[in-house]
Write a protein that binds this ligand. Structure first.
Ligand code: URA
Length: 242
């Protein structure tokens, strides 16, 4: 494989960037500076270092992003800024997409990948991946409403939500919601069903991934580390897909 293709597949640099970096002597292959970006490399065996960082070949890319307000969780949109617009250009060419959606005005943790099979498995209802959200509502949620919320609510389209959890804080108009499913606008519709309204929503965890541990400020992203990927693969166990 060509060196520039390898760096682009690993989502490290576009071909143009690779060319520039190679010319500037910023790429080492097996300890030797390589100045031609079309240099042939063995992706499995060669030790490739780009700007001082070892690049390990991975078939798939996994990204955690702290979604800001006003950005849509789509790959492409004719009018709106998308989460893909936050990432460097090479990711859209690589086929990265959001694993699950957040509303335009919901902020917080998003997982993005180009591994369609894994995303499908993580989102499969049988996997029950746990998601936590910090919320604020227009009116305080009463203890009685919290019980109804946890038992399962009938939404406006007749769908009955699965058991969920709501931890109330302060006067009850803020707290943490835990869901094991992800229907369209689910939390907003659940609060609507209680005659209330969500005024702020932030996803703070998805399975074992938490916003707190991510170290990301709003609008920032990073690659998942090896342990985080291994755990995701465990959750996306082939035996549990519907
Ligand atoms: N529930 C919602 O209503 N919106 C989201 O973005 C996520 C969960």
């Amino acid at each position: 494989m060509r060196l520039d293709k390898f760096l682009s597949v690993c989502a490290v640099a576009s071909r143009t960037e690779s060319k520039r970096a190679a010319r500037c002597g910023e790429i080492l292959v097996n300890g030797v500076c390589v100045r031609a970006s079309d240099f042939a490399v063995d992706s499995e065996r060669d030790v490739i270092v780009f700007r001082g960082e070892r690049v390990v070949y991975r078939k798939y890319t996994y990204i955690i992003l702290n979604k800001p307000d006003g950005v849509v969780s789509a790959t492409d949109d004719p009018r709106e800024k998308t989460v893909l617009d936050i990432l460097p250009e090479q990711f859209s060419k690589k086929g990265i997409f959001p694993c699950g959606r957040l509303d335009k005005n919901t902020v917080g943790l998003m997982l993005l990948t180009d591994n369609g099979e894994l995303a499908h498995r993580l989102l499969a209802p049988k996997n029950h991946v746990e998601k936590k959200y910090r919320f604020r509502s227009k009116f305080p949620v009463s203890e009685a409403d919290a019980k109804r919320f946890e038992a399962g609510l009938t939404l406006e389209d007749g769908y009955v939500t699965k058991p969920a959890k709501i931890e109330l804080m302060g006067d009850g108009s803020e707290g943490i919601i835990t869901l094991h499913e992800g229907k369209y606008h689910q939390i907003k519709r659940m609060l609507d069903a209680l005659g209330n309204k969500i005024t702020y929503l932030e996803r703070i965890s998805f399975a074992h991934l938490t916003l707190e541990d991510s170290g990301l400020s709003r609008g920032e992203w990073r690659y998942l580390n090896e342990d985080e990927i291994a755990e995701l693969e465990k959750i996306a166990d082939t035996s549990k897909v519907s």
